[in-house]
Design a protein. Structure first.
Length: 391
């Protein structure tokens, strides 16, 4: 009797597990690593660079690579192009790059050290720690939709001035890349390099992201305030809302940067000035700008240089400048120097033709305020009486 047999049931097909999409940051890091790991076959006598334009398709394949900024050496330009081609393909691509990607890449070719040249290991760690502090002081990350990082390469000369600065890995936001370059320039100069170094290449990374917008967290009766939007009043008995935002912080930093830009501009004018009175005027302006950003060390130094130029002229300008120098010394806590300069300034203005001038009143007012702050009220009262007697 024939037996009807049903075909054996097929096991259910396994579902393909989709690989997690690569992020834009991961892709850019992989691309950087692939290109930078390709060997350089051409030695150079001096440091130089080649900038190339790379076009990548939506699948991660290399579409084209061309020289955007030549080194001036044909073989070196060709080497840069060849290294990009040998590093391709660059996929898989992140979702945001599915239509393709155009980017620039900078090759830094460093001169080889001559054979037999003496080499000593230089400890750069203390220098780099101070450099990082200076950069951090001026870095104000812009508010962007998502977290990102930008990598820069910059080179310092023997005096710690920036010779070159360039973006080696973009954040994807032009405003972040530009702000990072500005921070490197505004923090300079970084001071003389450690002994034994003539140049110092530096690689630096900056981070930015969405503004959290909150204030610092405070505690009330030992318990943290979760929303971080309150502060304890001066008496410690009440709470007041605290309105602090990233926007305000950025405005403060932008103002500081503008003043630093003005200082650099004044320094450029100072180098070109030939007349001594003009040099003194510019130095005084530099000191006033330093004072605006609470850099009293440099303010004092600038005022001292200006006063030294005007010392032999015995003018009202010199007296006013001494009073400004006195204010800077007082802010630094060097009260004896400050009060001595206030006395010299006031004495000079009293005996000049500007005896009843607003300049004398202003100097006496600043002198009196300083005396009040250190509880020398009797002397301060005498100065205020003198101010009232002036016409």
């Amino acid at each position: 009797m024939p037996v009807n047999a049903a075909p054996a049931a097929k096991p259910p097909a396994k579902k393909a597990v989709a690989k997690p999409a690569v992020s834009e940051d991961q892709f850019m890091q992989t691309l950087q690593e692939k290109i930078s790991s390709t060997p350089n076959k051409i030695p150079v006598d001096k440091d130089t660079k080649v900038v190339v334009m790379i076009n990548i398709t939506g699948t991660g394949a290399l579409q084209s690579v061309t020289v955007k900024e030549s080194s001036g050496i044909a073989e070196l330009d060709a080497e840069a192009v060849a290294r990009v081609k040998s590093a391709a393909p660059f996929g898989p691509m992140p979702p945001g790059f599915k239509t393709g990607l155009n980017l620039t890449y900078t090759f830094q070719f460093k001169a080889a050290i001559r054979a037999g040249a003496p080499q000593e290991k230089v400890d750069t760690e203390p220098y780099m720690q101070e450099l990082a502090r200076k950069v951090s002081d001026v870095w104000s990350p812009p508010d962007v939709p998502k977290s990102c990082t930008v990598s820069l390469n910059f080179v310092l000369d023997k005096e710690g001035k920036v010779k070159t600065v360039e973006v080696t890995r973009s954040s994807g936001f032009e405003v972040v890349d530009d702000k990072a370059k500005q921070a490197v320039m505004r923090a300079a100069p970084y001071g003389d390099l450690p002994e034994g170094l003539n140049i110092l290449p530096v690689r630096y990374m900056f981070a930015a992201g969405p503004s959290e917008g909150g204030a610092e967290k405070y505690q009330w009766n030992g318990k943290p305030l979760e929303k971080a939007n309150w502060q304890v009043s001066r008496s410690g008995s009440t709470l007041k809302p605290l309105d602090v935002s990233k926007k305000v912080e950025n405005q403060v930093n932008d103002r500081k940067w503008k003043i630093q830009d003005e200082i650099e501009s004044l320094k450029g004018r100072l180098e070109k000035a030939t007349a001594q009175d003009k040099k003194a005027e510019i130095l005084a302006d530099i000191g006033r700008n330093y004072r605006k950003i609470n850099d009293f060390e440099n303010a004092t130094r600038s005022f001292e240089q200006a006063a030294a130029i005007l010392k032999t002229e015995n003018t009202a300008d010199e007296a006013i400048l001494k009073a400004e120098l006195a204010e800077a010394y007082f802010t630094k806590g060097e009260n004896d120097k400050a009060f001595g300069l206030f006395e010299e300034s006031a004495a000079k203005l009293r005996t000049s033709k500007t005896e009843n001038s607003p300049e004398l009143k202003k100097v006496l007012q600043e002198y009196a305020r300083a005396l009040y702050k250190v509880k020398r009220t009797e002397e301060a009262d005498k100065l205020y009486a003198e101010i009232r007697s002036l016409k």
